[in-house]
Structures are given as C-alpha cells and as structure tokens.
Write a new protein. Structure first.
Lengths: 321, 321
C-alpha cells in the first residue's frame, strides 16, 4: 500500500522501480504527480553527463495529497526546481538561486517527477489557476525559464528578438516572449517544428532559406543545444547586441570569440526562472501548447518515452503516472 | 623635402621606408607624431593576422602642423582610431562605431602612427591638456579602452573588480578603474609586472599564490590575451556576475560554456573607448605611467622595438619618430 512506482536512473539504466512512498517533513508537501514532461536536461542525465542517480524529472503538475500544515491539501500545483540550503555563504548573502549546496528536483541530490509521488518544500509550490489545464501547466517550468530572459536583462520593445533553435525550448521561448509583448522570430532546421508557430503568427525561417535582411539582429536567443549554435548567433547579432545563452552542453566547444570583443557583443547566460509570472502569462494567453505535445506515455513505458523524446523530429513527450 | 620616414608592413615584413608626406583633405589635419606606443594588436598585425598592409600604429601623441581650417594648427593632440564612412546602413542608424566600412588608424584601410606624420579627420582629434606630458598622453588610447568598460556596463561601486592579466592593457585598466573610483585587484603571472601596482596601492596577486578568498568575484576583466583566460575568468566570477572580455585572439578557442548558462554569467565584449573622459582622468590623477614604459626607440629601430614589445616580460615600448 505504501509503495509507489517510479522511474529510477542508476548504473546508466532507467528502470521502473517500486519504492517506498516519500514522506514530507514539516516544511514539505507530498504531491501526486498528474503529468511530467521530458526535457533535454533529462536526456543529458540519461547519458550520464550530470552524474545524477535517482528519479529524474523536473517538469510536472500534480495534486497535493499531504500537507503537514494542511493548507495546500487537495490543491492542483506546480513546483519550482531548486532547493537552496539556506546555510552556505551564498545563501547568507541571500543569493539562494546559486546556493553552493543547491539541490534540484530530478537533477541534483533530490528525487524528481518521473514517479507517482514526490515531495517538495512548501515555498517551492505554486497553485495552478483553474482555467489552466494540466497539459498546459506541465509547461510552467520551461515557460518560467523563458520569462527569466526578460527578468534578467533589459529587452527593449523596439528591438526584434531572434530565437535560434526550433526545439521544445525554442518554441516555448518564442511563445513566452511574444506573450510578453516582444517582436520575435524563430530560425530553425525543421519545417515541421517551425509550422508550430503559425497559430501565434510568429515568423519562422529555415536556416537554409534565411532571407538576407535577417541580420544585424538586436537580440538573439541561442537555444540550439548544439556546439555550433553560438558561432551562428554571433554572426546574426548586431554590434553591441545581446546573445542570450540558454544552451547547456556538458562539453567544450570550439569558438572564435574575438568578434565578441570587436563588436562589443553581450553574451548573457540564462537558466531557470520565476513561476508566478509564467503562470500569469499562461492564464492570460493562448500558448497553443497542444501543438508542442508529441505524445504521452504511461510511466511503465518510460524508456520508450525517452527514446521518443530523443528523436529530434519530436517535441514534448509527457509521462502520465 | 616632402618625403617622410615611416615603418611599413608589407609581405610579412616591417621596413623603414621613405614615403610622400600625406596631405590632409579639407576635413582632416596633418599631425607630426611625437611619440607612438606599441600595442598587442600591432604585434598581431606583424603576425599577419589582421590582413593589414601599410603603416601600423594607433597609439600616438603629436602636434598639428597643418589644418586647412587653421583652428588646430600648433596644438598638441591625440586622435581617436576609428573612421566611419557616414554612409552605410549602420552609419545611417547613427551606429558609427560599428560602421560596415570602418577604417581604423594603422589597423584597417588607413596608414597609422609609426611614421613622422599622419592625417586624421578633424572630429577624431582631441587637445592634450598642458599638464599631461607626451609620455602620458601616448597612453590615452588604451586608457579610453579601459574607460569604455564603465561606459558600456553598469559597474557598481560596491562590487570588487578583478583584472585577470598583468600585461600592458591589464595594468592600464587597473589604473583607470581605480581612478574611476572602483575597488580593483589584479591577478597575473609576473611578479615584476604586478610590482607596478604598488604606487597606486592596487593589490596584485600571482595566479599560483592566489588566496582562497579571491573567488565569487562580482566583475572579472579578462585581458590575458591567452586562449585559457576565459575559462579561468568563468571560474573566478560569481554566479550572475560579469566577465568583461577584452581579449581579441584571431583564432578559435576551446571552452566549456555551460557554466555561463548555469551560473547566469554575463560575458561582455569591450573594445575602444571615448577619449574625453580618458584625458580628464589623466589630467586629474597620477597614473604612474612611467612605470609602464619599458623602452623608447627611434623609428629607425622599429623592428627591434617590436621584438622588445613581443617579449612578455616587457611592458610598453614607445617609438619616437
């Protein structure tokens, strides 16, 4: 009765396992996972690149089934990924997001969402508005990562933003920056993915057919996930322009950066973002997120689902515990 | 009578040549060069990396000997390096500094300062205050490049700035940011160069003896000129910190940039800067620039002077036409 099903990654293998149901401590809540999304970081974890063992998965929507303080029980929620220690030197400087001992749901030192149940600290939890469906709410984490760009850096309404990369995150960033009122375009390699921009009237261009006037771009978001993406972004951006860097590849890349100094380009790293504005945007805008869902698998078919997610022609693959 | 001596770089060789004295057009002035400085970019030119042929040299102080409009004749001056076309698409957007057809004194399409005389457009010229000596004024160009950092980016008085690299430009940036009121330190590899910080009470640290508390630095200026400098800067800077990128190496470097996204670091390109604030700083502060001058050669000994400048134990080498 107190066992749960979960996908566990250990010894380079992802397996369906029976585990003891986690118990929330006094600062945590227990969540029954309704849906979880597979992100490229999960695929990197499966390749052993981040050294994580345990239950992966950090994009989810679920229902609070046990809150020791009782306030959240029964609520439909999403949860932020990072769990600071509140104790290290950086936390003492209130730099919680970059805690030296940070744990991250399904990524670092903390079991994640590819399971029937998970626990999270209460302060990580956000309520999902009624009008936002589970199949939308499961995208809150990557939408927050897109919001983070505008949270960190001053983007001017007058400046066009080119998103370089038509993968899952690229298409989500396009939707999010558009919802934030910016003028965006996407440059990609897959006609079928760029087609998912039409409902939102966002222009999408195939890299091999790029019109000549797409150059000297004020802001380029590098989200190709490939090692050649940065050099391409540096070609596309205008002098004194911004390249927002979302690609995390756990290996060295070869790049000529002299153009960065000569053209005084700003290369700006960007990672996870705040959930509340992401939820607000999702409540107030149609993100056409159904267009980004390739498939939904039961937890039992986890390895198959990850195979599907790994194929670059596909977009978001969900798991339903 | 109308011939001048100049160092000319052609076919991978720097030679003393006799050339026709340049004649200023109506928008230009003719300057008799008093002193010229050798910069690392000049050394790159000598390696053929920038594809420049002609008279190198872009750091100078001199005297106007012919001004067709007569206003500047007899004045002691320095001159900005970049000459925009005022005609291309970027110039039409008033983005002169990044003109598509830009010419640059001694670097691109325009003869430079390793000569008895040079011409420059009148708008590039700035008067040297009386109290600033020639041996100080010859440093205005690199001081302006240091000022540019604060011109481009918001540096907070509360945030310590570490300068990574104890070469000529590193030591000049340290002096300039100190004169601008910032708290700076320098990390280098040469005890003899770091010693040139003592007069200004700027702390200098040998890379191999770096105290453990020199970490999580808010702002790191990468001015090593080496291909490993960037990775080191990314280790030293704190999350959400700034790395100012001054190194221009005309080749690819291998670097793991995932830390840039994960730690949300800003990598900020920086190049030439404005002369007026540089001249003001020089007028109001003792930069102890004599400490940075290794030697001064007559123009005839140009090749020898460049050899001296190439040796990493040396600092600024001057040419006196």
């Amino acid at each position: 009765m107190d066992n749960i099903k979960a996908l566990t990654f250990r010894n380079d293998e992802l397996k369906l396992t029976d585990l003891k149901k986690p118990e929330p401590n006094n600062n945590e809540v227990l969540i029954e996972v309704s849906l979880a999304g597979i992100c490229n970081t999960d695929l990197e974890i499966m390749s052993g690149m981040l050294g994580f063992t345990g239950i992966p998965g950090h994009e989810f929507v679920g229902k609070v089934v046990d809150d020791p303080r009782n306030k959240l029980s029964g609520k439909r929620v999403v949860g932020e990924v990072n769990i600071p220690c509140y104790n290290c030197e950086r936390c003492r400087r209130r730099h919680f997001r970059h805690c030296l001992n940070i744990k991250a749901l399904g990524m670092r030192g903390r079991d994640g969402a590819f399971a029937e149940y998970l626990t999270l600290p209460r302060e990580n939890i956000h309520l999902v508005p009624e009008t936002v469906s589970d199949r939308e709410a499961v995208f809150v984490e990557p939408i927050a990562a897109a919001v983070e760009i505008a949270e960190q850096y001053h983007l001017k309404p007058s400046e066009e933003i080119a998103i370089l990369g038509d993968g899952k995150l690229g298409l989500i960033i396009a939707r999010t920056l558009k919802a934030l009122g910016y003028s965006v375009l996407v440059i990609g390699r897959h006609e079928s993915k760029l087609a998912r921009l039409k409902s939102l009237k966002i222009p999408g261009y195939l890299e091999r057919n790029l019109p000549k006037n797409i150059q000297d771009i004020p802001v380029v978001v590098e989200v190709t996930g490939s090692s050649s993406g940065l050099e391409r972004a540096l070609q596309l951006v205008r002098p004194e322009g911004k390249v927002i860097f979302k690609t995390t590849i756990a290996r060295k890349i070869e790049v000529n950066l002299s153009i960065l100094a000569i053209d005084e380009i700003q290369l700006l790293g960007s990672r996870c973002g705040p959930f509340p504005p992401a939820l607000n945007l999702l409540k107030d805008n149609n993100f056409y997120l159904e267009e980004l869902i390739t498939d939904c698998y039961p937890l039992e078919k986890g390895p198959e689902a990850l195979e599907k997610a790994r194929d670059k022609v596909n977009l978001k693959v969900l798991l339903q515990p």
